[in-house]
Design a protein around this ligand. Structure first.
Ligand code: CA
Length: 221
């Protein structure tokens, strides 16, 4: 099971990685907010340990964005000592567990195990629309049971549309969920991505609503 560790203080990150690895999990460290946001929304992790104070994009913003775009990976938030407001904000933003700094590694691991236990009991449903099945936990997409290989961005786009199935998602909203820099935002890029997705899926699940955006219509099986 892979665990993403988002922490910009190298020493703490390494200590956590050591404990995580000692617990039998596979740690992966990211020290930058924007990279963390992208990584956590794109790769499949069993859980994420998230520090709130990060360069480029703060932890709370990352967490809110993940939850808004349908990323349901369990998140354990690291807060500053005594900062009760950070804990409240973290829980409001969708954190599953929090731990004030400084902490003992034993406690971190106990909380991580608790988060993982709860997550395994809360089986996250894969979503099927027509012939297409998307499993947010494994990041697998199949069409009629056959796996389709998508790039991280293609997966992310499809995941956002599936998460909001039944309603029109505008290009601007898709851009918000796909790109962190304004400079990358380009409506042609979204159109091109949609085109590639449609070709790969060979199934008519994404409909265009001219002037409004895109919609995945749930047939309601
Ligand atoms: Ca920090």
């Amino acid at each position: 099971m892979r665990i993403l560790i988002v922490e910009d203080e190298q020493r703490i990150a390494n200590d956590i990685a050591e404990a995580v690895s000692g617990g039998g999990y596979v740690p992966e460290i990211v020290g930058d907010g924007e990279d963390a946001w992208f990584q956590g929304g794109t790769e499949a992790y069993a859980a994420i340990i998230l520090d709130l104070g990060l360069p480029r994009l703060d932890g709370l913003t990352i967490l809110k964005r993940w939850r808004k775009e349908g990323v349901t990976t369990p998140v354990l938030v690291l807060t500053a000592r005594g900062a009760w407001d950070e804990r409240v904000d973290g829980i409001d933003a969708g954190a599953d567990e929090y731990l004030p700094k400084p902490f003992r590694m034993e406690e971190l691991m106990a909380r991580l195990r608790a988060v993982l236990r709860r997550a395994s009991g809360r089986a996250e449903p894969a979503v099927t629309v027509g012939a297409v099945n998307l499993d947010p936990r494994t990041r697998q997409v199949t069409v009629n049971g056959v796996p389709v290989s998508l790039t991280p961005l293609e997966f992310r786009l499809l995941n956002v549309l599936f998460h909001h199935r039944g309603r029109v998602v505008s290009q601007a909203e898709l851009s918000d969920n796909l790109y962190s820099h304004d400079s990358e935002r380009d409506s042609n890029a979204i159109e091109a991505l949609i085109g590639r997705l449609r070709r790969k899926l060979k199934a008519d699940v994404i409909e265009t609503r001219r002037g409004f955006g895109y919609i995945v219509v749930d047939g309601g099986a």
